[in-house]
Design a protein around this ligand. Structure first.
Ligand code: NAD
Ligand code: DAU
Length: 347
């Protein structure tokens, strides 16, 4: 038996694959298109691990996915593959709909032709709290019963994919599970997202661009906690159900950036003795910027006994330590040389 992890060379997917193979003997096939966000170096430690195989390809390639399902006798698919960055979806929405909607459709079609072969088959779709829209300061956190109100093209594309997954359950009886989680942070995150971008810019002596007043709230989830939640949902989740996953860490963006500056001041003091906080620069706000996200994770705790283990302070420190120890990783993923290597290797 094998699990198929799509988008497994990206941030959360690669953390999941590494975590899975560290805690289970069940083999993994990673399918990833290796877009700018996918990085094979994330899985380098598995190069000679016979339990892992990597295939470059798209989730939208139904014939390819169908072949993989059959040839590996796959018992579960965990779908991480997506275009994931909100700012990119604002400057160019089309790839978000190609991958997140049409890609998911192609993947579901492959699964539809396969799932009846295994009574224990599961399709776990990894989604986001952004589908629920935005919260006012005093509104209760997002529960699974909240209506969908996506505000960015990214969120709209993820909402569409969630609806497709639901429709395949209702129409064809696919054994699906859906998770909607809050902002992840931790090692191996591409330095376009808030936390790694701020660390990278701080060390490079660049401005730390805080959108608008910086008082937008995100509910931070350590990626290791997300991985354990997904394992639990796959193992014990009820088919057709949605589980919200969160870290119970609501913070304003400016709080997060200041905390990062304080950690860097301690761990990598600037030569001139000033604080990295001096690099903070308020810039024009993101269009349609959601003001607050917060996850009510009571259902997964009540029904599956899962709750996050990492405190924000310790998770942030681990993250900073990882980026300080892996500056080459950031240089690699942002360099043309790595992309050229992918092109040579895979065409
Ligand atoms: P990421 O951008 O780091 O990784 C996405 C991966 O998908 C990359 O490796 C990319 O190469 C791959 N990919 C893109 N298009 C593909 C295609 N057509 N076929 C196969 N692979 C393809 O994203 P991430 O932050 O790891 O997010 C993973 C999933 O979790 C996404 O579905 C995202 O919507 C969801 N999510 C992320 C967060 C977060 O905070 N990062 C929070 C909630 C939900
Ligand atoms: O909530 C889950 C979502 O979290 C995921 O579905 C997305 O895939 C993931 O990218 C993330 O979306 P956000 O837009 O919340 O993440 P991002 O890191 O881009 O931004 C976090 C907050 O920081 C947001 O309020 C915008 C702000 N920000 C971001 C960047 C990149 C800044 O102020 N400055 C920046 O330079």
């Amino acid at each position: 038996m094998t699990i198929l992890v799509t988008g497994g060379a990206g941030f959360i997917g690669s953390n999941f694959v590494l975590d899975w193979l560290a805690t289970s003997s069940e083999p993994v096939v990673t399918l990833d298109a290796l877009t700018y966000a996918g990085n094979l170096n994330n899985l380098k430690s598995l190069e000679s691990d016979a339990r892992h195989s990597f295939v470059r390809g798209s989730i939208g390639d139904t014939a390819l996915v169908a072949r993989l399902l059959r040839s590996h006798d796959v018992r579960a698919v965990i779908n991480f593959a997506a275009e994931s960055h909100v700012d990119r979806s604002i400057s160019g929405p089309a790839p978000f709909f190609e991958t997140n909607v049409m890609g998911t459709l192609g993947l579901l079609e492959a699964v539809r032709g396969y799932f009846a072969q295994r009574s224990d088959f599961r399709f776990l779709h990894v989604s986001t709290d952004e589908v629920y829209g935005t919260l006012e300061r005093d509104e209760p956190a997002f529960a699974e019963t909240n209506p969908y109100r996506p505000n960015s093209p990214y969120a709209a594309s993820k909402a569409s994919s969630d609806h497709l997954v639901r429709a395949y359950r209702e129409t064809y009886g696919l054994p699906v599970l859906v998770t909607n989680c809050s902002n992840n942070y931790g090692p191996l995150q591409f330095p376009e997202k808030l936390i790694p971008l701020m660390i990278h810019n701080a060390l490079a002596g660049k401005a730390l661009p805080v959108y608008g007043d910086g008082l937008q709230v995100r509910d931070w989830l350590y990626v290791g906690d997300h991985c354990s939640a997904l394992r639990r949902v796959l193992e014990a989740g009820s088919l057709g159900e949605t589980y919200n996953v969160g870290g119970n860490n609501q913070k304003t963006n400016i709080e997060v950036v200041r905390a990062l500056c304080a950690l860097l001041d301690r761990k990598r003091p600037k030569a001139d003795g000033t604080s990295y906080a001096g690099q903070i620069t308020h810039v024009t706000d993101r269009p349609g910027h959601d003001r607050r996200y917060a996850i009510d994770a009571c259902k997964i705790e009540r029904e599956l006994g899962w709750s996050p283990a990492e405190a924000f302070e310790s998770g942030l420190e681990k993250t900073v330590d990882w980026y300080l120890a892996n500056e080459n990783w950031v240089a690699d993923v942002t360099s043309g040389a790595y992309r050229e290597w992918v092109a040579r290797q895979y065409g």
